[in-house]
Design a protein around this ligand. Sequence first.
Ligand SMILES: Nc1ncnc2c1ncn2[C@@H]1O[C@H](COP(=O)(O)OP(=O)(O)OP(=O)(O)O)[C@@H](O)[C@H]1O
Ligand SMILES: [Mg+2]
Length: 236
Amino acid sequence: MPLLEVRGITAGYGDSEILRNVTMEVGAGEIVSIIGPNGAGKSTLMKAVFGLLHPRSGSIHFDGQDISRHEPYQIVELGMCYVPQVANVFTDLTVEENLEMGAFLLRGDSIESRKERIYAIFPRLKERRRQRAGKMSGGERQMVAMGAALMMNPRLVLMDEPSAGLSPVMVSMIFERIAEINRTDGPAMLIVEQNAKLSLAMSHRGYVLAAGENRFTGTGPDLLNDPEVGRLYLGG
Ligand SMILES: Nc1ncnc2c1ncn2[C@@H]1O[C@H](COP(=O)(O)OP(=O)(O)OP(=O)(O)O)[C@@H](O)[C@H]1O
Ligand SMILES: [Mg+2]
């Protein structure tokens, strides 16, 4: 049984239907990428999985449980966390306070031990723990957002464009950390990326979404080597 199973969902905003009959799954411990053009509905799919938007038809199961009508706080309790595309940190809070906000369901000692784990993954956050998140660089801010999501030691992390707006060196660094976290702590990762080649290269599997519909799916290498996917979605 997959950890996350999205079956034929249709979803949208008001009168507009954005996702049509979208199906995808993520296995335990798997890294899965969703790629596709701007406006394809990638962020909308993430929001639907996290309960910020309820599907009009179809279903979403997490760990065998139907979460199609769940609210985000209930989904967090089940072990899923979400790093949004924008506004993903509390800018007026310090780095450390941001991590603590991510741990709102944890108690005492476990907060401290998780913080140490996050600081081990991102030493920069430890150096800057008293700095306000709003004063951090784009890449550091992305580390804060990921660190806060990882505080709950989730089984699935949703990341919407973790490399957006970062310099090439920082992009590689963020992707390396994602792979390392997956290897060592074992959470599954569902990643939406414009940096499609890099993202597919470290993914077990991927999906191409276009105009709100499934277009292609396969292993990371399969999609990278598919001439049609290359021509249409990977810039040749
Ligand atoms: N809150 C909203 N209300 C109305 N329409 C929305 C809303 N959010 C997104 N849309 C529309 O839904 C469509 C899909 O948007 P979405 O953000 O899911 O695309 P995306 O694939 O994530 O694009 P990008 O690569 O640019 O981030 C777009 O046409 C967008 O204008
Ligand atoms: Mg988006």
